[in-house]
Design a protein. Structure first.
Length: 200
């Protein structure tokens, strides 16, 4: 019994030594690779570029077209609501002119219709506002995607670690104009926009 426990202990010690050897010998190659990769990445300069949102909005043709589209939709919405309101005002004037000659049942019917008109107006106003907001979100999402897609392509060589958008009020105490890519961004986006979506 005494010899058996000694043999088992020695056997366990040998197995641990073998496992220890295999475990660390198989890890040597990846560790070396990781060190090489770390050295390579440390030689790359860390750069951050930026672009000016105001300039982009002022000079990017797609943004200007989208903005005009939004204004046009707002004007259409306003015109529709104004027409609706005018038609209701005419109806109210008819009731007022007829006022003293209306029977009680006609007066009650006019009150009901007036309440329905107000509800229709508010419902339509809400629908139009929701349509406008949805359209605005779609345009802004599309604009963001166009900018992101262009910047991925522009920074394909990984020159910059980050590309930020700058706008007034953004907390940035210093910006080196050498890293301002606004001109490149506007030129590239306008070029793509003209190719894909030519003006009629």
């Amino acid at each position: 019994m005494k010899h058996l426990s000694t043999i088992l202990s020695i056997l366990a010690l040998v197995l641990v030594a073998v496992l220890f050897y295999f475990h660390f010998s198989s890890r040597k190659a990846p560790v070396t690779t990781a060190r090489v990769a770390a050295v390579d990445s440390s030689t790359q300069p860390f750069r951050i570029a930026y672009f000016d949102i105001d300039s982009l909005q002022a000079h990017y043709e797609y943004f200007k077209d989208a903005f005009n589209q939004m204004k046009s939709k707002e004007n259409q919405m306003s015109a529709e609501l104004t027409n609706l309101e005018n038609s209701y005002q005419r109806k109210i004037k008819e009731w007022q002119d007829k006022g003293p000659n209306m029977t009680q049942s006609e007066g009650e019917a006019a009150q009901r219709e007036y309440g329905q008109m107000q509800q229709r107006y508010q419902r339509r106003k809400m629908e139009l506002e929701q349509e406008l907001e949805k359209h605005k979100v779609e345009l802004m999402t599309d604009l963001r995607k166009k900018v992101e897609d262009f910047l991925k392509e522009y920074n394909n060589d990984r020159t910059y670690a980050y590309i930020l958008s700058y706008e007034p009020g953004f907390i940035l105490y210093y910006k080196d104009s050498a890293y301002d890519i606004t001109g490149d961004l506007i030129e590239g986006l306008n070029s793509k926009y003209k190719k894909k979506e030519p003006k009629k």
